[in-house]
Design a protein around this ligand. Structure first.
Ligand SMILES: C[S@@+](CC[C@H](N)C(=O)[O-])C[C@H]1O[C@@H](n2cnc3c(N)ncnc32)[C@H](O)[C@@H]1O
Ligand code: SF4
Ligand code: SF4
Length: 336
């Protein structure tokens, strides 16, 4: 099955006036099911802090996920979104302009963004290496991880657990502990996004954790060696390919969904066709998204999907051609 969103591209490039938000025809129940916890222990009720930058409280003030979702600030956001006000929502980015976002009634989505540590320094993400393994900050984050672990252990509700969207789960000492000590629970399924370079080495340490992953997202951001090593330094192409081969072998034995991700930018657009070929060859799902401004210098030079960028039309053509070449038996998502 294929899922093309190109026609909606222009909607996603617009900044909306609050009055226009009222005309968003789609519905969202994300704030009553979702909790994102960041490195400071701040709790948010959407999948992405920049989409809905409202802190509903600090996790240390709460003894259960229910308490977070029923806090006065969370209830106010839920009401605002269910009334289609979207007052604080960046509806041009989150996808609500093109579809409903209705999560299952009895399922929580818990997103742990508690450590930015990583082995790579991708220029789109950061300008210097971040690796926190000791000191007062690390101790605070450890307390945070312990508190969150307690909340998870005390929760019997069905839960999708997503680990570390802002760092590397196989490098962070905190998530490595969570992964190493993980014991199967019937109510938990795991979504893991990773740069993939340590997948084979780390997952072999606890296959129980691996078996509970329902969605494994591997960020590739490239289709060949030169591009990969430019956008994912100091990662090596041979290492990522070795890990993809490993995942292919084990994923064929399980029901896991494997997705290769590509954040489109000036430095990788030319390798998109080869990325699509890689998705086809492995039989993995593909996901292409637009780069966001995470505070990098000269962001506008990277953002080829800005209508004012010199490569804008070329970028659209490459995306369209690449999608046409995608194996239609797999799912390709384009999120602009
Ligand atoms: C921040 S990383 C964290 C997880 C893991 N380290 C990884 O690379 O998959 C999550 C995703 O953000 C993407 N990313 C990096 N820079 C970005 C940017 N400026 N805008 C949007 N996504 C970006 C990465 O390519 C990756 O797919
Ligand atoms: S409308 Fe968008 S930003 Fe607002 S809660 Fe839903 S997904 Fe998040
Ligand atoms: S691997 Fe992920 S967390 Fe690490 S620098 Fe790259 S995008 Fe950021």
């Amino acid at each position: 099955m294929e899922e093309h969103k190109l026609n909606n591209f222009n909607n996603f490039s617009t900044v909306l006036h609050p009055k226009q938000k009222k005309h968003v025809p789609y519905s969202c129940n994300v704030p009553s099911r979702t909790i994102l916890i960041n490195t400071l222990g701040h709790c948010y009720v959407c999948r992405c802090i920049s989409w809905l930058p409202v802190v509903v409280g600090n996790v240390f003030s709460f003894n259960s996920f229910e308490e977070i979702l029923n806090s006065p600030a969370a209830l106010a956001v839920q009401q605002d979104v269910s009334n289609h006000q979207f007052s604080k929502c960046d509806v041009t980015k989150c996808g609500i302009m093109i579809r409903d976002d209705l999560q299952p009634e009895d399922m929580y989505s818990i997103i742990l963004d508690i450590d930015n540590s990583c082995n790579l320094v991708c220029p789109s993400c950061r300008s210097e290496k971040i690796l926190i393994t000791e000191g007062p900050r690390f101790k605070r984050q450890q307390q945070l991880a312990n508190h969150v672990q307690m909340l998870i252990n005390n929760c019997d509700k069905q839960m999708k657990l997503s680990l570390l969207p802002g760092g590397e789960p196989f490098v962070s000492a905190l998530t490595r502990d969570i992964i190493k000590n993980y014991k199967h629970r019937d109510n938990i399924s795991i979504q893991l996004q990773t740069n993939g370079l340590l997948l084979k080495k780390q997952l072999m340490k606890n296959l129980v954790f691996f078996n509970d992953i329902y969605l494994l997202q591997i960020s590739l951001d490239a289709g060949n060696k030169a591009t990969y090593e430019r956008v994912r330094p100091p990662g090596k192409w041979e290492d990522i390919i070795e890990n993809l081969d490993f995942v292919k072998e084990v994923a064929d034995l399980t029901t896991q969904i494997v997705s290769l991700n590509f954040i489109l930018q000036r430095n990788n657009i030319d390798s998109l066709p080869e990325f699509v070929t890689i998705c086809n060859n492995y039989g993995f799902r593909g996901e292409i998204s637009r780069i966001s401004d995470w505070g990098i210098t000269n962001f506008h030079e990277y953002d080829v999907l800005n209508v004012n960028h010199a490569y804008y039309q070329k970028a659209l053509d490459i995306v369209s051609d690449s999608i046409d070449n995608y194996d239609k038996n797999n799912l390709m998502t384009v999120l602009f």
